[in-house]
Write a protein that binds this ligand. Structure first.
Ligand SMILES: N[C@@H](CCC(=O)N[C@@H](CS)C(=O)NCC(=O)O)C(=O)O
Length: 206
């Protein structure tokens, strides 16, 4: 038994992409965050933070935080994360860039460029500059190697892809980042990525 709680959001899509890549069977429980379903008692009982994604497997404690779920699945299934050595360390470094910079900075930029009732120029410019720095880093990296961790597709790519798909949230243009654009097209061509981006079926964020 494996249940995935999610919605059409980048953090959630990280997990659905990996589930699809691994070919694992899972039930989908949609949690519409625009309808504030993440605060329902049964969801908070699974994740006290009241956020998605959440993964429940067999009789194990529920797992939350997209990065923890990616690591758990990669380790238990033995795929998309080297087991040891320098390749593992490098994969984890780029995974952390996606988890701690790309995702949070893009989310904040979305707030200050589009969602906030007041949008001070200093807040907009600061949040966009933080994302721009990450985009410059990723573009340079992907000019040197095919995937974020190097030669192999990994959970670092999976963690980054759904956030790069939201580049417009941070006023970024992939046309200005040729190596990132090449990587985005190549990862986006994977059938599992395409399926994972559509989970839960019919979910919309707007
Ligand atoms: N660091 C967490 C963040 C999870 C998160 O922010 N999820 C968003 C959707 S992408 C959410 O549940 N938002 C609703 C809320 O914060 O109330 C992760 O990576 O899983």
């Amino acid at each position: 038994m494996r249940r995935f709680y999610g919605w059409a959001t980048p953090n959630s899509q990280r997990v659905s992409i990996l589930l699809e890549e691994l070919g694992l069977a899972y039930e989908v429980r949609p949690v519409n965050i625009r309808a504030r379903e993440q605060f329902a008692p049964e969801i908070v009982a699974l994740n006290p933070y009241g956020k998605i994604p959440i993964l429940v497997e067999d009789d194990q404690p529920p797992l939350f935080e997209s990065g923890a779920i990616l690591l758990h699945l990669a380790e238990t299934q033995g795929r998309f994360l080297p087991r040891d050595g320098a390749a593992r360390a490098e994969t984890l470094a780029w995974l952390m860039v996606a988890l701690t910079s790309l995702g949070p900075f893009t989310g904040q930029a979305h707030h200050w460029t589009a969602l906030a009732p007041e949008r001070p120029e200093a807040a907009r410019a600061h949040s966009v500059a933080l994302v721009d720095r990450v985009y410059r880093l990723l573009d340079a990296r992907l000019g040197a190697v095919p995937f974020l961790a190097g030669s192999e597709y990994s959970i670092a790519d999976i963690a980054a892809y759904p956030w790069i798909a939201k580049h417009h949230w941070a006023e970024m243009r992939l046309e200005d980042r040729p190596h990132l654009a090449r990587w985005f097209a190549s990862v986006g061509a994977r059938p599992a990525v395409q399926r994972g981006m559509q989970v839960p079926a019919g979910a919309r964020l707007d």
